[in-house]
Structure formats: C-alpha cells, structure tokens
Ligand binder design. Structure first.
Ligand code: NDP
Ligand code: KPL
Length: 307
C-alpha cells in the first residue's frame, strides 16, 4: 500500500492554495482528489496546477486523482470541497486514512466539521478557518488574492499532529496557527463570510464592495444577528471588534471574488444555508439573514431551473 504525507480532497481555489503551501513546505508528492474527469484531464494537459501569486506563476506537479479511484493512504488529509459536497467525500476519506491520520476540514460555515466528526469517530478530525482569498480561473489555474492565515484546532482534545502539519505549512509560507478554541474562530469567520459572501454574490462584485457605505450598513445588521446566535452557543462576541475583523478581511482580499460570488457567476449552488441560513435558524422571525438567504436562493433558482 502506497503512503503519502499529505493529500487534498477538492482541488479548487483553496485546495490549490493548500497544494502551493504544502509543496513549498517540502511535500513534493501530493495526491489531489477531484469530482470530475474534466478537472483531471485539464490538469494533466497543463502538466500540473498553476498558481499565480503576486506577479509570479508556479506550476505545481500535483497528482490529480478521481475520487472513485483512491491511490493510497495519507497521514494528513485536507478537505477543501464545498460544504454541500462533504457528505460525498466521507467514503473516500475512510479509504485514504487509517486510525493515525489527521483530517482537516476547511469549509466555511457550520455543519461540515460536525458531520465528519460524527461519521469518522475513529479518526483525528480537526477544523480550520481560512483567511485567504483565492479564485479559480479555470480547472488548472488559480489566483492567490492575498491573506495567508489559517487557524486550526481539534474540538475533541489536542493532537500534536496539528503541530506537524503547522510546521509543513509554515515552512511553505502559510501563517498556519493552532488554537485550543477553534469554535471561537469559527464564529468569527462565520461573521466574515456572512457579510462578505452574500453581499459580493448578490452584487457579483469583488470583496471590496463590503467597504462601501451600504456594505457597512448591511454588515452591522447581519452581525447583530450573528451575535445573538453565538450567545446561544455560549460565545460573547464584541460587535466593534468583529466589524473591524470583517472590514480588515475585505481589505486584505479586496480584489477577490468571494467563493460565493464565484459560485453565482459560474451558475453553481452556494453555501448560503451553512452561513446566513445557519444564523437565521437561531434568531427567529424578521431575520435579515433569512431574507439574504432567500435572495441568494432566488438567484440560484434563476439559473438552476433555467428560467
Ligand atoms: N475561494 C476562497 O477564496 C475561499 C473558500 N473557502 C471555503 O473553502 C471551501 C472550498 O471552496 P473553493 O476552493 O472555493 O471551492 P471550489 O468550487 O473552487 O472547488 C471545489 C473542489 O472540490 C472538488 N470536489 C467536489 N466534490 C468532490 C468529491 N466528492 N471528491 C473529490 N473532490 C470533490 C471539485 O472537483 P471538480 O474540479 O472536479 O469539480 C473542486 O475541485 C468552501 O467551503 C469555501 O467556502 C474559504 C476561504 C476562502
Ligand atoms: C475570506 C473570504 C471572504 C475570501 O474571499 C472567504 O472566506 C470566501 O471567499 O469564502
């Protein structure tokens, strides 16, 4: 049985960026799993995955693999599929890991980490939040738009495996940190995504739209409800600090189209139910986040049903 140090499940925008930092961190043989044959063919034809960061292009000789044909076990599995595809990756993750492997879930919103923790009880499962903007121009070409921080942690007790992963990614230039309170960071990141993602998706704009007068007004309304939801889970968030983090995030990734804006522009489903929909469920009637969720679903409907 072939063993790999690190595998990526989902080689889109963020999967590509993880491959970039891992490769630069010294991992030269990286299986990256895809859903479609088209992505694998395009990457093979290109001779790897191209990442553009600043004015430089890097060709990463990854090993593109179809999810139905796993090629070996992995010590670290980093899962970067969209939240609504996570359930389809559980079987694959069972096959490519053993009881010593660490799985890191990097989806935005709430639900993905919980699902994998529940379904993979005999594995080390951790969650992470990604403060990086990345855009998938085509199947083999990804733009790194800034930010370089990932914060990760395991909810069911500390594991030194996360520190090993941190060393690899730090060596590669990623500001990867380990926390003992990952849920706090997940709430903060939920605030960032609840503001930036739908506002950029509805307006089909870059992240900097959030920094405008109306962006800021809407941000406050979205965040007021997030604070109510977080309190129900025992987290007391400071509104001013949260808004500062959100606007800093929008500034650091100002030229990025958020992952949700990219979904809308590519006529794909969005993660709205895991982000604003999740907040809305906790705040009852007249929820701003519910209205935003419905608007994004209406936009999805306009292309999914071909009206
Ligand atoms: N883009 C960004 O700037 C950021 C995104 N995130 C979060 O990261 C996560 C990933 O987003 P993003 O990188 O934009 O997503 P993309 O849509 O760019 O990529 C998703 C990838 O997952 C693959 N995939 C889907 N299903 C499977 C499967 N069953 N098995 C293997 N691979 C599969 C797809 O394969 P195929 O190519 O064949 O379709 C694709 O390569 C999301 O939760 C997002 O919210 C977080 C921070 C920033
Ligand atoms: C950090 C940010 C807002 C970068 O665009 C993101 O998480 C996303 O696009 O989903």
């Amino acid at each position: 049985m072939q063993y790999y140090d690190l595998c990526i499940v989902g080689g889109g925008s963020i999967g590509g960026i993880i491959a970039y930092y891992s490769f630069r961190g010294g991992i030269t043989s990286i299986p990256v799993y895809y859903r479609s044959i088209e992505s694998i063919e395009a990457i093979m034809k290109n001779g790897g995955l191209t990442i553009k960061y600043g004015d430089k292009e890097y060709l990463l000789p990854i090993i593109p693999v179809h999810h139905s044909k796993p090629i070996g076990k992995c010590r670290f599995v980093i899962n970067t599929v969209k939240a609504y595809h996570v359930k389809d990756t559980i079987n694959l993750m069972h096959k490519i890991t053993d009881e010593d492997s660490l799985i890191l879930m990097l989806q935005n919103g709430f639900g993905s980490l919980e699902l994998v923790e529940e379904k993979m009880l005999n594995r080390y499962v951790a969650g992470g939040v990604v403060f990086i903007g990345a855009e998938r121009i085509n199947r083999y070409y990804i733009l790194h738009h800034g930010g370089r921080t990932i914060i990760a942690g395991r909810r069911k007790g500390f594991t030194a495996k996360l520190l090993e992963l941190m060393n690899i990614l730090n060596r590669g230039g990623c500001d990867f940190r380990v926390t003992s309170n990952i849920d706090l960071y997940r709430w903060i990141k939920l605030g960032v995504n609840a503001v930036i993602n739908p506002l950029t998706a509805i307006t089909r704009s870059k992240n900097k739209i959030v920094l405008t007068q109306y962006g800021r007004i809407l941000a406050e309304k979205i965040i007021d409800e997030l604070i109510i939801a977080a309190e129900k889970y025992g987290f007391k968030l400071d509104k001013k600090k949260l808004l500062t983090t959100i606007f800093r995030g929008a500034k650091n990734t100002s030229e990025n189209y958020s992952s949700m804006a990219q979904d809308i522009m590519n006529n794909k489903p969005t993660e709205i139910d895991y982000i604003n929909g999740f907040i809305a469920k906790h705040v009852g009637e007249k929820s701003v986040n519910e209205v935003i969720t419905l608007i994004v679903h209406l936009i999805e409907e306009s292309y999914m049903k071909n009206h």
